[in-house]
Design a protein around this ligand. Sequence first.
Ligand code: GLU
Length: 543
Amino acid sequence: MDYKALAERLLPGEYPSLASYEEKYPPRDLPKGAQVTRLAPSPTGFIHLGNLFAAIANERIAHQSGGILYLRIEDTDLKRKVEGAVEAVKNALRYFDIKFDEGAEIDGDNTYAPWYQRQRAEIYRAFVKHLIEIGRAYPCFCTEEELTKLREEQTAKKEITGYYGKYARCRNLSEEEIYKNLDAGKPFVIRLKSMGNPENKIKFRDAIKGEITVTENDQDVVILKSDGIPTYHFAHAIDDHLMRTTLVIRGEEWLASLPIHIELFDVLGFERPRYGHNCSLMKQDGDTRRKLSKRKDPELSLEFYRKEGYYARAVKVYMLTLLNSNFEEWYLKNPEKPLEEFKFTAEKMSKSGTLFDIDKLNDISKNELSKLSAEEMFDFLKTWADEFGTEAQKGYFEDREKMLKVLTLCMGIGGKKRRKDFTTASQAMDFIKYFFERPASYEDYRVEKETKKAILEGFLAKYDPADDSQAWFAKIKEIAAEHGFAAEMKDYKASPEAYRGSVADVAEVLRIATTGKANTPDLWTIQQILGEEETKARIGAAM
Ligand code: GLU
C-alpha cells in the first residue's frame, strides 16, 4: 500500500515538518532535576477534590525542584465543554494558592502555547499524517451502529470490548476498498495500528505506586475523530512531549489507559514522561468504603469549600496529610512554618485508596482558624461575606471596632485558652449572628415563664452598663437569691432540694434572653459589646 499517497488523501496539504515542531518547542532550559508538571483538566465546569489532590502534588514537586507547573485545557470533547469552566478552574485553584507558571489564561511564558487543545489541531494532524505515512495509523469507516453492534456481540461472548485483533475490520481493508469508501464520501476516523500483544506484560515504574505490571495495548484506538480533532489519548501524548513535561501525577482512573499511552509515546518516538497515579479518595459509608461520588457527596466539588468558606490553609494541610505519610509528623513539629518548607515526595504518596473524612478536616479547620488574630479573622470572614454572604452579613463589617471585639471574644483571644468554635466562614458568620441581629428564636428556657419574667425584670431594675464584670455578677447573684435560687454553686450542691435552682439557671435565662442561645462566650462582655440600649431592648423583647 502506498501509505504516503493515502496520508495525502486523508489529510491533504502541506503540514509543517515534525522536526520544525521539535525546534519550535525546544527542550526547556531548566536546572538539572527540575520537574515540569501540569494540570490538564477538561473544561466540564466540575473541578473536584481529586483535581486539587493532583494539583497540590504536581505543584509541590514542580516548585520544589525549581521546575514549572502549567495549565493545559483538554477541550477535545466539545460535548462536555461548559461556558466559564476555565475561570472556574482558575478560581478554585487560586483559592488554594496553587500557582501556575504558565498556561491557559496565565500570565507567563508562552513559548509552549497554545494551551487549549482545540487550538493545536494542526499540530496533532501533522503527527497523525506522519503515522499514516509510516503505516501505523489507518482510516476506519465503521459507523456508530456497527460499533455498537460489535460491542454488544463482544459483551455477549464475554470478550474484551473494543476495536482490536480480528474485530478491527477496517485495519485490513485493501487499498481499493479504502479509496472506494473515500470516493463515496464516507466519513472516517483515524485509528492507531497497534502492534501490541495482550499476552505481553510490561513492567512499569510508577512514580507513586512503584513497580507495576501492565498488559500491552492491542486496541486500535481512535486518534483522530471524524471532525479532525484528536482524542484525548493522542492529544495528551503530543502535548506532554512538546510542552516538555517530565512528570504527570494524575488520578488512578487513568491507569487503565496507560498501555495506550505507552504505545503512543513509543510509536511517536517520544521519550515518555514519568507517570504517577494517585489513588482515589474514598469515603466511609456505613460499613463500606466507596469512592466519593459527584451525585452523593457535595464535598467532592471544590466549589463546596469556597462556598462554605473553608480556610484554604486548613484544606491544604488536610490534603497534605492525606498525600504524604510523613507530613503530619512534620507539621506537628513545625506548625508555624510555611507549608512549602515541607519536602514533598511522590514516593511517600499513598499507594492504595485514601480515606477522606470531613470530620477530620473540620477538626483541622477549627485548629487552624483558632491560630488567627482577630484582624486576620476579620479579613478572612469579610472576603467570604463579600462574595457569598447575605446583605445583612455584609453589614456586620461596617463597624470594624465592634467586629474585632466580637471576634476577640469568640476566639478567646487574651483568655486562658483559645476557643475553637469556628470551622468555616459560613458557620462562623452564623455563630456571631446574635451580635448583629436580634434573636429570631430562643432556645428553651429551663425555668417557667413567670420565673423567667421575674428574673428579667429584676435584671432590668438593677442593670447598670457601667458595672464591671464582678459588680454585674454580684447583681445576678442577688437576683438569684431573691427568687429562691442558690447564689453560690457550693450551697446548691450541698442541698439542691433547698433551692429552685442555682445562679447558673438565672444566668442562663439572661443569656438566652440576650442572645437566643444557652451557650455563648462571657455574657457580661456580650452585653458590653451590644451596649446599653440594645441590651435593654433585647431583655424587654424576651420578656
Ligand atoms: N483531561 C484529563 C482529565 O480531565 C486529564 C488526564 C491527565 O492528567 O492525563 O482528567
